[in-house]
Design a protein around this ligand. Structure first.
Ligand SMILES: Nc1ncnc2c1ncn2[C@@H]1O[C@H](COP(=O)(O)OP(=O)(O)OP(=O)(O)O)[C@@H](O)[C@H]1O
Length: 234
């Protein structure tokens, strides 16, 4: 397999005195859909935040396409997040005052696309995600599933290399969840984007190419490896 696009190595991160990551390492390859599962509090969101350059780890490294994200100045990091990454959260986090089309056009406007072209592209992406007809609605006027598909359109409109999705179906019923996952995986495959998908739901994880499980801030496989190494050393 080719070298990974995004690598987190021996990541440690505490929130105050609460340790969230305790040496987690993970690799994401270009175009791969990777599910990160684990029980509540196992560190999934913290791992996503570190890998997406939203939070800096206390120690350990994050490398994206040859660049050390954990060492980048904030300005370069925010440009990289805007141009290379797309993010979807559990509750969409659309801007409530903006219509669907303006929410999706926003990342394009920030990247310098002229307003009319941005709105046209945004409308195309809404169509791809099956929410045509919702263009002029605000998030509060849509169902949870529709709003989440608008969030996906917003995350993918700039053609990111990596989409970070933190429990993207967590607030949806199972049918809407399946529709969102189908739309996400289909579009990611079409555009070649890698997806880091956080979920605690095995049915949602089944959409991924590969699954890793976090347990108390490390990958379950690392726990096994450490135990095996200790066994061999004894
Ligand atoms: N902002 C914060 N302040 C204090 N503690 C936090 C904060 N964010 C996370 N934690 C703690 O860090 C640990 C890991 O949290 P994290 O949200 O990464 O886990 P998670 O697996 O995503 O959980 P969930 O599935 O419930 O969202 C937990 O013990 C949590 O309580």
């Amino acid at each position: 397999m080719s070298s990974p696009l995004l690598t987190g190595r021996r990541l440690f991160k505490a929130h105050g005195s609460t340790p969230a990551l305790r040496g987690a390492s993970v690799e994401l390859h270009a175009g791969e859909i990777l599910a990160v599962t684990g029980t509540s509090g196992s560190g999934k969101s913290t791992l996503l935040h570190c890998l997406a350059g939203i939070t800096r780890p206390d120690s350990g490294t994050v490398e994206y396409a040859g660049e050390r994200l954990d060492e980048l100045p904030e300005e370069r990091l925010s440009t990289l997040r805007r141009t290379e990454f797309g993010v979807v959260f559990q509750f969409g986090q659309l801007i409530p005052e903006l219509t669907a089309v303006d929410n999706v056009a926003l990342p394009l406007l920030l990247a310098g696309t002229p307003r009319q072209a941005a709105r046209e592209q945004a409308a195309e992406w809404l169509e791809r995600f099956g929410v045509r007809g919702q263009e002029t609605r605000r998030p509060g006027e849509m169902s949870g599933g529709q709003a989440q598909r608008v969030s996906l359109a917003r995350a993918l409109v700039t053609g990111p290399k990596v989409v970070f999705a933190d429990e993207p179906t967590g607030a949806l019923d199972s049918l809407a969840g399946e529709q969102v996952m189908t739309a996400l995986t289909h579009t990611a495959r079409e555009s070649g984007a890698a997806v880091l998908l956080i979920t605690h739901d095995a049915q949602i994880a089944a959409y991924a190419d590969r699954e890793v499980t976090l347990r108390d801030g490390v990958l379950a496989a690392e726990v096994t490896e450490t135990a095996e190494t200790a066994e061999v050393a004894r």
